[in-house]
Design a protein around this ligand. Sequence first.
Ligand code: NAD
Ligand code: DAU
Length: 334
Amino acid sequence: MRIVVTGGAGFIGSNFVRLVLAEHPGDKVVVLDKLTYAGNLDNLRDVSGDPRYSFVKGDICDPEAVDEVAAGADAIVNFAAETHVDRSISGPEDFIRTDVIGTHVLLDAVRARGVARFLQISTDEVYGDIAEGASVETDVLRPSSPYSASKASGELLVLAYRRTYGTPIVMTRSSNNYGPWQYPEKIVPLFVTNALDRQALPIYGDGRNVRDWIYVDDNCRALDLVLREGADGEIYNVGGGNEVANLDLTRGILAELGLGEELVRYVTDRPGHDRRYALDCAKVRALGWEPRVSFAEGLARTVAWYGEHREWWEKIKSGEWRSYYERQYHGLTT
Ligand code: NAD
Ligand code: DAU
């Protein structure tokens, strides 16, 4: 199978490319990525010599670039997106452009080129927060942030193309991923790398917001399964089943490093901050998937990885990241 992976130079996309090349010797992977601040070819360096892998720099909003890679593709997996909620609050335009218009451009190419499968990578954030119980795939969408509204808009286009044109799609909504190669703006890599440097850990609000954490390899195995065996037109929730409050997550990271709570700082809450997400994953489990990495093991592996890969994140933190951090956290250091 020749698979086009958009956004393959980002966090989950690069882990997915690695998994496909390792698990499916007959497959070829073409990554299409704009290399925004979050895209990083270092994430794919270890597969760059594989003759089954190739990289194209391009924007999913550019119909010509998309058409070029779609020609001859058996499947397109769309990871490409603006993904950080805080950045969507300070500037929603790029989110609407990539997450909505980019999805539309891809769908048109799937139609025009007769691509047999389109997997849209979406998020549990489209459901909005849920006080108790767990979201199921048929729930109404109630996105809270410009990020989740853009992802929900992309989803609606995917579903409309399926209904109107019979476009062959599947879609996943996954919970919070963590693991290697995650840009250090999201809470896990930000707090791990800050703690390694004995810098402050800025907790929004009361630290009691809950996320369901999934180790990135577990998510990638689910995505690969849905790509190959998911029922046409269906949506699958993918969650790790690890509901953890941010303060407990922070304590877990600090404990891995043998640190106390001296670095913790409570800062102004995120506007519109969703309180809790939880997913019912019966549908993807019925395909034969289950998570393999416990939260304790995943967190230990993740903290160790960032400790062993300082050269990767120190390079990032000396570039665009620094001005973002100063804007977002008003120069908070220790
Ligand atoms: P990321 O921010 O690490 O990477 C995004 C990638 O997309 C980058 O390589 C970037 O260069 C690329 N990109 C951005 N705009 C582009 C454009 N216009 N054209 C081509 N490439 C472009 O993101 P991630 O955390 O790996 O998330 C990947 C996907 O998974 C996203 O669709 C996101 O909404 C979804 N998702 C993420 C999580 C999570 O916890 N990280 C959870 C659920 C769903
Ligand atoms: O739920 C899936 C989503 O998870 C994905 O769709 C998004 O792409 C991904 O970014 C992530 O969104 P979150 O907003 O949940 O992730 P983030 O790491 O930004 O925040 C996780 C929690 O930690 C959230 O409750 C806000 C809090 N937080 C975050 C940061 C960056 C803090 O308390 N302090 C921080 O500095």
